[in-house]
Design a protein around this ligand. Sequence first.
Ligand code: SF4
Length: 73
Amino acid sequence: MAGLCESCRHVRVVKAKHGARFYLCRLSATDPLFAKYPRIPVLRCSGYEAGANAGATAEAAGGSGSPGDMPRC
Ligand code: SF4
């Protein structure tokens, strides 16, 4: 499980030839505080935005604090 990245609109899943899956955070292209390949599972993230696969993980994204209150991954 990749945690929040799995359902985030900013993720791009990269599949290696040997079958491994890597989660590339596209926010890393414009914000150096986001890792290109975040350590999985990401449980809290200020950049999380629900994407097509969003479900229960959205609740774990942050609660009611402002994005600046949350640690980045
Ligand atoms: S913004 Fe956070 S949750 Fe979304 S892909 Fe990047 S690291 Fe994962």
